[in-house]
Design a binder for this molecule. Structure first.
Ligand SMILES: [Mn+2]
Length: 432
């Protein structure tokens, strides 16, 4: 007899990997732990008939000859299979994407740091030209999307994306998938969100709208990040923090969310002993009152801000400028020799226009090359201050479809920032 199983509190990646492994080993019995996470439970309550699974109690462990374990490699994560632990004759195979060494000694294993274990099994299904039903493809895609945050987590790899593409080709249904990947949002969450909204307050720190909210909760509540995210969206602030105090316990949980890159929640949470990424993070704080935690967050935001990247760090300078009287011919020469696509037009130090390669298309006659810039320049020039953030520059560029912004301080052009400067920043290509 063969078994395929996964870790307790099974998530979509675990369950999808079991189903995928079952396609590779059709003889195997799929055994699911008693505890499933709420999303998987909801999925199975509707699709139970499509997937044949067994409970551990139904299996006579003595008859098992092969054990296939997916999405974990530790015995203590499996449900009631300890009876198999010491068996020398057992053929064990492991597929997992957690690269920390587990306690299961497998004859064959595939352990690689991809975003989801499902991806490793898709690789095998692809090689063996297995045929999937749309339902199976949907479930496998849910496994990949859940563990990679729809391919946005830093742990996601190119192979996860290729695997997702392969599953979409096999008719994975995104409508169905979205219903099941919806974050668990319960009555308890609703009550907490309501409490937060009743006591919502906003603070402004250097032009950023922040909200910090202290909430007392009864015992441990899962997935509070979902609540903080909704709170941030409803209040429409730049960053929101929930300080959750468990009654009777001398600790609080801080969860933060940010919509702007100048407030890096990950680094704030790291300073508080927790972790996360720029947009989301959390920290557990022991022995501090919620008031102290709130003050700490505020101080970190104030400190954190100075370190953030400003336009003045990205802009090019000095800037070559022309006046409204310069001829188009001369402008063409400057654009070519300096390898730029646009130049600010100034009157003294003040920007009065912008002339770019695109403006040359406005010429109707060849003789117009001798005309002054004034006739072809864009006179409504948007500018940006050196202290603004790269996101603000990007928003202006996208909204107005412009490729460059003169950087202006006290009515004086001090630099220029282009679309590619901003892109270089967002893709982390800045020189050290
Ligand atoms: Mn996983």
């Amino acid at each position: 007899m063969q078994l395929v199983t996964t870790h307790k509190n099974t998530d979509f990646d675990g369950f999808a990997s079991v189903v995928a492994a079952n396609l590779l080993f059709p003889e195997a019995h799929a055994v699911l732990p008693k505890t499933l996470n709420p999303n998987v439970k909801a999925f199975l309550s509707i699709h139970k008939d499509l997937f044949e699974t067994h409970a551990c109690g139904e299996i006579d462990l003595k008859r098992v000859q092969r054990l296939i374990v997916v999405d974990t490699s530790s015995w203590n994560r499996l449900d009631r299979l300890d009876g198999l632990k010491g068996r020398k004759d057992l053929d064990i195979r492991v597929w997992d994407h957690h690269i920390e060494k587990g306690t299961i000694r497998a004859g064959q294993c595939c352990i690689e740091p991809v975003g989801a274990t499902t991806t490793l099994l898709v690789r095998e299904l692809k090689q063996q030209h297995k045929i999937l039903t749309p339902m199976q493809a949907t479930l496998l895609l849910a496994g990949i999307y859940e563990d990679t945050g729809n391919l946005t987590f830093p742990s996601a790899t190119a192979e996860d994306a290729y695997a997702a593409g392969w599953l979409l080709e096999r008719k994975a249904d995104l409508n169905i998938l979205n219903t099941f990947l919806r974050p668990a949002y319960s009555e308890t969450h609703k009550a907490i969100l309501f409490k937060m909204l009743q006591h919502a307050k906003r603070t402004k720190i250097k032009g950023h709208r922040i909200s910090i909210n202290q909430v007392t909760i009864d015992g441990h509540v899962d997935s509070l990040a979902v609540v903080v995210r909704m709170y941030l969206e409803i209040l429409n602030v730049d960053a929101a923090f929930g300080v959750f105090v468990e009654s009777q316990k001398n600790r609080c949980m801080v969860i933060g969310r940010s919509q702007i890159e100048s407030i890096n929640v990950g680094s704030i949470m790291r300073s508080m002993g927790g972790g996360g990424h720029p947009r989301a993070g959390s920290a557990q704080i022991k022995g501090a009152s919620p008031e102290a935690a709130e003050q700490w967050i505020l101080e970190l935001i104030r400190g954190n801000q100075q370190a953030s990247v400003q336009i003045s760090d990205l802009m090019s300078f000095p800037v070559h400028t022309v006046t409204a009287e310069t001829s188009m011919e001369e402008v063409a020469l400057i654009l070519r020799t300096r390898g730029v696509t646009g130049i600010p037009v100034v009157d003294g130090e003040r920007v009065v226009g912008m002339i770019s390669r695109r403006d040359f298309r406005k010429m109707r006659k060849e003789s117009q090359i001798r005309s002054p810039v004034r006739a072809f320049m864009t006179a409504d020039v948007l500018t940006i201050e050196p202290g603004k953030s790269p996101t603000q520059a990007a928003q202006l560029m996208v909204k107005h479809d412009i490729g460059r912004l003169p950087v202006v301080k006290n009515d004086q052009v001090i630099g220029i920032i282009t679309r590619s400067d901003v892109m270089r920043y967002f893709y982390d290509l800045l020189p050290d």
